[in-house]
Design a protein around this ligand. Structure first.
Ligand SMILES: C[S@@+](CC[C@H](N)C(=O)[O-])C[C@H]1O[C@@H](n2cnc3c(N)ncnc32)[C@H](O)[C@@H]1O
Length: 256
């Protein structure tokens, strides 16, 4: 695929079974990097690739999107490795999500960055029609395997947040649990149906200052106007770690 074709494809919806265009962009980048000796400082390499895309005539917005996708699929390599080894994280469903759906009529659910599918499979067992996406192929394979083992159907899509088409007023529930990227949370408002539920659990910025953590009140701002059913910043053990850290937890409903 040429660079221009990749940038056009990034804007298109993802058909089932299709190689995600972001992954194609990552592969084109990796081939270019290898032909330039590989390795080197990551930020400098990305800056050089940006210049190359610009010189090739790609519009600025498409370059930004392509570079975000490249970073997402680079992250996938890390998670492919993590998922190949023994679990060092919770494989039970997230407790906040379990609480959020208790007594709620099942509908269409989206699991953002679904990992190995612990939350998607839980929701499917509660009769939700679940779609999840993730950049990690190993994660997606494990999620499908878990669903088969538990005899439930889920749609597990290999895609980055840049590839995945969130849609508008499409989901009754959207879960973003330890998603390691923050852009998606801004897409939830439009993607939820009126009356739909958002469930977010993540680290608080005081935990490590990583870019995917949330400041106090940040989620309240993003979901202004939603009916907050639960919000807390509690010190607790995260599903994805052993040390207790400050977490943010939100369950909120889009006005219907
Ligand atoms: C800490 S794990 C959480 C997985 C799952 N939500 C859970 O709680 O079990 C973070 C996940 O985010 C995925 N991820 C990271 N960046 C992503 C992106 N830009 N788009 C989609 N998935 C991404 C990783 O592959 C990984 O599976």
């Amino acid at each position: 695929m040429t660079r221009r074709a990749v940038s056009v494809a990034l804007a298109a919806a993802l058909a089932p079974g299709q190689t995600p265009p972001g992954k194609a962009a990552y592969e084109a980048f990796s081939a270019w990097r290898k032909s330039n000796g590989g390795g080197g400082n990551w930020d400098e390499t990305l800056a050089a690739y940006r210049n190359k895309l610009r010189a090739g005539g790609m519009p600025a917005a498409a370059i930004d999107r392509t570079l975000r996708a490249i970073e997402a699929y680079d992250e996938a390599e890390l998670y492919d490795g993590i998922y190949a080894g023994p679990s060092t994280f919770d494989t039970e469903p997230n407790k906040l999500l379990v609480e959020a759906v208790q007594g709620r009529r099942p509908g269409k659910a989206l699991d953002i960055a679904m990992g190995q599918g612990r939350n998607s499979v839980f929701l499917a067992e509660k009769s939700w029609a679940v779609t999840g996406f993730d950049v990690s192929e190993a994660g997606i394979r494990a999620a499908r395997r878990l669903a088969r083992t538990r005899s439930v159907a889920i749609e597990a899509v290999l895609a980055s947040d840049e590839d995945f088409e969130f849609g508008e007023s499409r989901w009754d529930l959207i879960a973003q649990i330890y998603a390691i990227e923050k852009r998606s949370v801004h897409r939830i408002r439009a993607a939820l149906k009126p009356g739909g539920l958002v469930v977010v659990e993540a680290g608080h910025v005081s935990a490590s200052g990583a870019p995917f953590e949330y400041a106090s009140g940040e989620l309240a701002g993003i979901f202004r106007g939603f009916r907050v059913r639960r919000y807390e910043e509690a010190v607790d053990r995260p599903d994805w770690g052993k040390e207790r850290i400050r977490l943010v937890r939100l369950i909120a409903e889009k006005p219907g």
